[in-house]
Design a binder for this molecule. Structure first.
Ligand SMILES: *[C@@H]1O[C@H](CO)[C@@H](O)[C@H](O)[C@H]1NC(C)=O
Ligand SMILES: *[C@@H]1O[C@H](CO)[C@@H](O)[C@H](O)[C@H]1NC(C)=O
Ligand SMILES: *[C@@H]1O[C@H](CO)[C@@H](O)[C@H](O)[C@H]1NC(C)=O
Ligand SMILES: *[C@@H]1O[C@H](CO)[C@@H](O)[C@H](O)[C@H]1NC(C)=O
Ligand SMILES: *[C@@H]1O[C@H](CO)[C@@H](O)[C@H](O)[C@H]1NC(C)=O
Ligand SMILES: *[C@@H]1O[C@H](CO)[C@@H](O)[C@H](O)[C@H]1NC(C)=O
Ligand SMILES: *[C@@H]1O[C@H](CO)[C@@H](O)[C@H](O)[C@H]1NC(C)=O
Ligand SMILES: *[C@@H]1O[C@H](CO)[C@@H](O)[C@H](O)[C@H]1NC(C)=O
Ligand SMILES: *[C@@H]1O[C@H](CO)[C@@H](O)[C@H](O)[C@H]1NC(C)=O
Ligand SMILES: *[C@@H]1O[C@H](CO)[C@@H](O)[C@H](O)[C@H]1NC(C)=O
Ligand SMILES: *[C@@H]1O[C@H](CO)[C@@H](O)[C@H](O)[C@H]1NC(C)=O
Ligand SMILES: *[C@@H]1O[C@H](CO)[C@@H](O)[C@H](O)[C@H]1NC(C)=O
Length: 837
């Protein structure tokens, strides 16, 4: 066929049904039980080593001694699971080893690894180091999941020697190399293939099967055995204040820990540790965690990590606290301080005065010192039993009792095993279910693993927790925990509902899922909930003076906090446009008309108030007309609010946002080494450039320079630096190409993986689009040849998974101006692909 740019004729070809093919594996999510990840390379020395590593094999048996105490292990790319190792010989009667985990290599050089993560539980080890006292040869497996890392060290702390083999992680997620997935993409440029793989691996690391992440508490007849971790806080005490909370505890290792006045924001509040007089690990910093003491903190923890807490206060125990003995600990929230007693003896009076200056209004209420719930969780490498909790109000009324001997308590304390399959924002951090992040994740899942069931499960998870009463009725959780239960959702409103536009992203995902699948059954099931969410957004957040989204109770992530802003309003319009199609196909004409009318009003409002004709861009917000933002451009294009010339000049205006390797979120953001460049935001931009080209007639010469910056300058930083490489997409990037919030950055964030679906949809050219003839969504093969050629690509091929199993296989190549192409389906039933070439 003659190479013909966007020719006006259209060939509708029923794709050949090629029957069963063995080319692609199926991914059912089975087989997690026996899977493990083992190191690719290792090195031994006095410090962590990145260069000159040797291959690690099942016969590698590594000896550590005081002159070469550090074993570095490289897993090659992001993996996750329960760490294990086998000791083959031991020099003395015991040896202490410290194991450390990190995504970037540099985390191995920090005493804390790339953590700790002390602001949410996440059903994992909150710490990135753990110490073991080895007394016999044999296998040891950590109790906790380490959620995501490429690197590990095992450091011998004792003055002896130890030999180790069979090191690895028992899998907690199912991660396959990208060439073993149902979905695939390759092209004449390897770097583009690498970019596709980033999102494909990130979703595998971040999406967890139902019940694959066990509780971090072990319930027994002796109460809850809780190892050192971020405390779980009761959902039942968030409305209380000024009480006395007592519990019985037995320290089995190092110390015990608890909270009172813990807020809905993951327990932000007071935190106490009681240490025993037992032996300390050689890794313990005795200044931070002295033995036989009460340590009192306020905030998220007693140590700073990315977030600051009040400097802790220390109290020596008046009587020694022994391990393996029961004690009754009481904490009273008094008028001027916390009073702590153990078996009736006062151990500490902790005044509020030193904590008050550290009270952060973003995390806790102004009454966070005296108000809030209670919770339990010892500090790093400690462990203790907890039972017989009793909470008594100031007036003597018993508010709560619980023996902590039933697994029913787990969801109350946000540490239940994950009952549903869900996708986290990142496998190591935050390990929370941020529904706004999921809009990229869902599309990456569809084109890579084909795990449409994760999208379905996320939709069900979210609707099960939709608020049904109160001032937030209709809203859905935007930042939920794996360990939660729907029955407690309302207690986390409004504190865990801080990013208002995440509701809009959920609506977008519903429409995206429908576009991908035409699944009327699932959308019908949740149609009332969908309509309720739209209505709630309109009621709570639509300003009737401007017809834009604005409300003092709203905070807009997509508009840097501005009100009456373009991006969230355009995002709402996009969602309504897609959901109007769903309404039509569900035969709900009234709702279809309503959504279309509202979308039209938002479109008019944006074009009349926020288009800046002098600058040739959409302003960030009313009152901020000379500022623009990436999402103001991306979302007005996606929503079809921008016409061809508006889209063209907005894209041309992006050059003012370019800084060193990528685009800043908005023109109001300064330029400097600490400027965060967001792959999430630029992912929406990336997609919008192809939409502008394919739907708004924006010419290739306008979009290609921006595409080159994104594909060839910005995203490749995630591939090119060995010290940061994880094979997965990142959360943020600094202008020098390093991870964007330093050690805190998640280097496995599906929200940064948009190239995965954009390459499949527009470079390979296989995607779903609405067909006005059939009135529904269908598959098309429509590669953007002109853009591919401008990007220097001469061929592409790949597979695109289809819901229900099977896939579409396509390839194209261009030689001397001639295009050859093929489209086939496999195991995908009676599927039609319309070829638009
Ligand atoms: C591993 O090396 C140690 C120290 O050389 C040795 O004692 C032990 O037998 C070896 N074990 C295996 C299984 O190779
Ligand atoms: C390690 O184990 C040895 C032998 O059981 C014991 O004597 C020592 O106290 C333990 N050390 C720690 C820190 O638990
Ligand atoms: C122990 O912690 C203190 C306080 O943070 C710090 O100044 C000191 O350097 C630490 N000691 C070691 C050996 O890391
Ligand atoms: C402390 O109190 C607990 C529980 O009330 C009791 O079992 C234990 O014997 C007491 N310990 C001491 C040292 O008095
Ligand atoms: C709790 O006590 C503090 C300090 O005594 C007081 O300011 C506050 O009003 C009390 N809270 C409630 C709900 O009574
Ligand atoms: C005692 O205090 C609790 C908690 O504040 C309250 O619910 C209860 O009504 C009070 N009871 C009496 C008798 O005042
Ligand atoms: C939105 O803009 C309108 C018109 O300028 C103004 O009345 C309203 O207060 C703004 N809303 C917010 C939340 O700033
Ligand atoms: C909508 O109505 C059409 C025509 O009656 C019917 O074929 C179709 O199944 C209906 N769709 C749904 C989701 O009920
Ligand atoms: C759209 O705006 C018109 C004119 O202001 C108004 O009558 C109509 O109710 C609005 N439609 C929706 C769905 O809000
Ligand atoms: C794009 O061009 C086609 C063909 O000229 C035209 O039908 C269509 O309306 C244009 N679309 C836009 C958004 O300008
Ligand atoms: C829409 O569907 C019709 C009927 O199957 C088909 O002939 C046509 O090619 C499709 N159009 C597009 C743009 O996919
Ligand atoms: C390209 O197509 C033209 C016209 O069909 C043909 O003459 C030419 O040989 C083709 N070139 C290649 C490299 O296939």
């Amino acid at each position: 066929m003659v190479y013909n740019f966007r020719s006006s004729f259209l060939l509708s070809v029923i794709a050949v049904l090629s029957g069963v093919s063995n080319a692609a594996p199926s991914d059912t999510g089975k087989g997690l039980k026996n899977a493990s990840y083992t190191p690719v390379d290792f090195g031994v020395g006095t410090t962590p080593i990145i260069n000159g590593l040797q291959p690690f094999s099942s016969s590698s048996n590594v000896t550590l001694n005081p002159s070469a105490p550090v074993l570095t292990l490289d897993y090659g790319a992001e993996i996750a699971g329960f760490p294990y190792f086998e000791v083959t010989s031991l020099g003395g009667s015991s040896a202490q080893i410290e194991i450390k985990y990190s995504e970037p290599f540099a985390g191995l050089n920090l005493s804390t690894g790339d953590g700790p993560w002390l602001y949410t539980n996440g059903l994992m080890n909150s710490f990135r180091t753990e110490t073991f006292n080895i007394t016999t040869t044999g296998r040891t497996e950590s109790f906790f999941i380490q959620g995501g890392q490429r690197w590990q060290t095992i450091t011998l702390l004792s003055n002896t020697s130890i030999s180790i083999r069979n090191v690895g992680f028992r899998a907690s997620v199912n991660i396959k190399p990208s060439d073993q997935l149902v979905g695939a993409f390759s092209s004449s440029n390897d770097s583009y293939d690498g970019l596709w793989s980033l999102g494909a691996r990130a979703v595998q690391a971040a999406c967890v099967e139902a019940n694959s992440q066990p509780s971090t508490w072990e319930i027994s007849n002796d109460g809850a055995l809780i190892r050192g971790q971020y405390p779980g806080v009761s959902a039942l005490g968030l409305g209380y204040s000024n009480y006395t909370m007592s519990f019985t505890t037995k320290i089995t290792k190092g110390g015990t820990g608890w909270r009172v006045s813990a807020g809905a924001n993951a327990g932000y509040g007071a935190y106490f540790i009681l240490t025993s007089d037992g032996p300390q690990y050689l890794s313990t910093n005795n200044t931070v965690i002295p033995t036989n003491s009460v340590i009192a903190g306020f905030g998220f923890s007693i140590v700073d990590f990315y977030l600051q807490s009040a400097p802790p206060l220390y109290y020596a125990n008046p009587i020694p606290i022994s391990e393996d003995q029961w004690y009754r600990v009481s904490t009273t929230i008094g008028p001027s301080g916390y009073n702590i007693s153990v078996n009736g003896t006062q151990f500490a009076f902790v005044p509020y005065t030193t904590f008050q200056p550290y009270l952060h209004s973003g995390f806790g209420s102004t009454n966070a010192i005296t108000d809030g719930s209670w919770g339990f969780g010892p500090f790093m490498d400690q462990a203790a039993y907890f039972k017989d909790v009793e909470v008594v109000a100031q007036n003597g009324t018993t508010l709560y009792t619980n023996p902590l001997t039933s697994t029913d308590v787990l969801s109350e304390y946000l540490v239940a095993p994950n009952a549903e399959a869900v996708c986290l924002d990142g496998p190591k951090r935050d390990r929370e279910i941020w529904i706004g992040d999921f809009s990229h994740t869902a599309k990456e899942l569809a084109v890579s693993t084909g795990r449409y069931d994760f999208i379905q499960s996320m939709i069900e998870f979210t609707f099960k927790r939709q608020l049904t009463s109160g001032s937030g009725a209709g809203l859905v959780p935007m930042q939920d925990s794996m360990g939660s239960a729907a029955e407690f959702q309302s207690v986390y409103y409004p504190s865990q509902f801080g990013e208002t536009d995440y509701h809009l992203f959920f609506l977008l995902t519903l429409g995206d899922y429908f576009a991908l699948t035409s699944d009327t059954a699932l959308l019908s099931k949740y149609w009332d909930g969908t309509k309720l969410l739209v209505q709630t957004i309109e009621t709570l957040y639509l300003d009737h003076a401007t017809n834009l989204l604005a409300s003092p109770s709203a905070s807009w992530f997509t508009a840097q906090g501005y009100q009456n802003a373009t991006a969230p309003t355009a995002l709402f319009a996009t969602s309504l446009k897609q959901l109007a199609t769903v309404a039509t196909l569900l035969n709900d004409t009234a709702t279809a008309n309503y959504f279309t009318g509202l979308q039209g009003n938002l479109t008019t409002a944006i074009n009349s108030q926020l288009w800046n004709p002098e600058q040739g861009f959409y302003s960030t917000a009313v009152g901020s007309s000379t500022d623009t933002s990436l999402l103001a451009t991306a979302f007005t294009i996606k929503a079809g609010i921008a016409n061809s010339s508006q889209a063209t000049s907005s894209i041309e205006a992006l050059s003012s946002l370019f800084y060193q390797i990528g685009y800043k979120d908005s023109s109001a953001i300064g330029s400097g080494p600490a400027t965060q460049l967001s792959p999430n935001v630029q992912g929406f931009l990336l997609e919008s450039l192809f939409i502008a080209y394919s739907q708004l007639n924006v010419t290739a010469d306008v979009v290609v320079p921006v595409l080159k910056n994104l594909f060839e300058l910005f995203w490749p930083v995630m591939l090119n630096e060995n010290e940061y490489y994880t094979g997965t997409s990142w959360e943020y990037v600094y202008p020098d190409g390093s991870p964007g919030i330093g050690m805190f950055t998640s280097l496995a964030h599906p929200w940064g993986g948009a190239p995965t679906y954009v390459l499949t949809e527009y470079i390979l050219g296989v995607r779903r689009e609405f067909n006005s003839t059939t009135g529904g969504y269908g598959w098309i093969f429509d590669p953007a040849f002109e853009i591919s050629q401008a990007l220097g690509l001469t061929w592409a091929k790949g597979r695109v998974p289809v819901i229900g199993g099977g896939w579409i296989e396509a390839d194209w190549s261009v030689e001397n101006g001639n295009v050859t192409w093929n489209v086939n389906t496999s195991n995908a039933g009676n599927l039609t692909v319309d070829v638009l070439i």
